[in-house]
Write a protein that binds this ligand. Sequence first.
Ligand SMILES: Cc1cc2nc3c(=O)[nH]c(=O)nc-3n(C[C@H](O)[C@H](O)[C@H](O)COP(=O)(O)OP(=O)(O)OC[C@H]3O[C@@H](n4cnc5c(N)ncnc54)[C@H](O)[C@@H]3O)c2cc1C
Length: 408
Amino acid sequence: MTERRRLDRVAIVGASLAGITAAESLRTRGYGGSITMVGAEHHRPYDRPPLSKRLLQGTWEADRTQLRSAEALAGLGLDWRLGQAAVALDPTTREIRLADGGTVGYDAALLCTGTTARQLPHPTPLRGIHTLRTLEDAVAIRAALDRAPRVAVVGGGFIGAEVAAEARRRGLAVTMLEALPVPLSRGLGERMGRLCADLHVRHGVDVRCGVTVRGFDGDAGRLSRVLLSDGTTIDADLAVVGIGSAPATDWLAGSGLLVDDGVVCDPFCRSSAPGVYAAGDVARWHNGLFGVQTRIEHWTNAREQAIAAVATMLADHGAGGEPTPYSPVPYVWSDQYGSRIQVAGRPSPHVDAVRVVHRDDATDATVALYRDGDTLIGALAINAPKLLLPYRRMIADRIRWEDALTAC
Ligand SMILES: Cc1cc2nc3c(=O)[nH]c(=O)nc-3n(C[C@H](O)[C@H](O)[C@H](O)COP(=O)(O)OP(=O)(O)OC[C@H]3O[C@@H](n4cnc5c(N)ncnc54)[C@H](O)[C@@H]3O)c2cc1C
């Protein structure tokens, strides 16, 4: 739905990567009105990828994760409302209510509230069980790792994998628990999932697949054992639960906004309410490049979608340009044991969809391509960033599978 209302007041909810990118983009594109930045956390915007990498390793302290310097932030002229969760949005009065009872009025609002870490369905008061989403989470896990515990990583996704890699770098005993038959197989297929899991096995992680956590057991209020669905137990003093995340949309209940595994948007990042847009991990929209309704929890998408949503917002309000659909090639990376894993596009788990087109046993360098019918749809690279680049472009160009196989 397009707007022809004046744009004098923009409210951004979620003061993280998508939020700060949007604020910068508004200013860069000449918007001179007010920008209110509402953030549930007390921190200025900080970066999450280092939380499971350099911060856990101890090579970075918390202040290095800041996304922008104090001077750069001051230059944006934002009205900061940090440590204030938005608790309601009224699209009729165009007001956002904050936890302290205050309100923020808007002509346009951009929702960038990201996700929260999923928890296991076993509430327990035991100490030693963590999830990893925020700076505080990372600092707490690092402190726990410093006590040299036995570590259980629940979930073989990228965040769990990075925690496992850091724990092994420290020489700790690590068990990785994965409900699927092969870690990452739902996204990358069994063959490539196994290749990624082999990294952990080679570095001494006890990788157990096809098991789920049944509960936890402890001594003197501390975790000491993880109870598994196959009846076995694992001795562990630290459990890091990395079983995915859920879009932070609870506060929108009652707003009338269409929410379905994220804020549902059109191809231009517009929500179902006039003047309300969404970007980053919380947004679910139609990606016309692949013809799918999708939500992406990747760093690059949070940046690119924030810029796209701002472009739509300005165009809708007659403040420049024409709206264009947001149709990116998804991209994510992960660093484990000094190896870089990169995924572009939308890999398919189907067994006949994948073809390894490059493999060097000496360096582990691997490139695998994925097809959807006769079209290149995704690519996985391990230790081969330069080789991945042209495939990212080919995926964007919807190149034919046969052409992709002969191109590089
Ligand atoms: C440990 C970790 C490692 C990662 N590593 C990688 C990586 O290597 N590569 C990669 O591509 N991606 C990685 N990611 C994912 C990447 O960090 C996210 O995609 C990115 O942070 C999304 O940005 P965002 O601004 O959409 O949301 P978020 O960064 O989640 O920020 C949302 C913000 O909104 C706030 N908020 C929520 N609800 C409210 C409310 N009601 N009112 C006000 N504020 C609210 C939250 O407190 C938060 O500060 C990693 C994520 C984590 C957690």
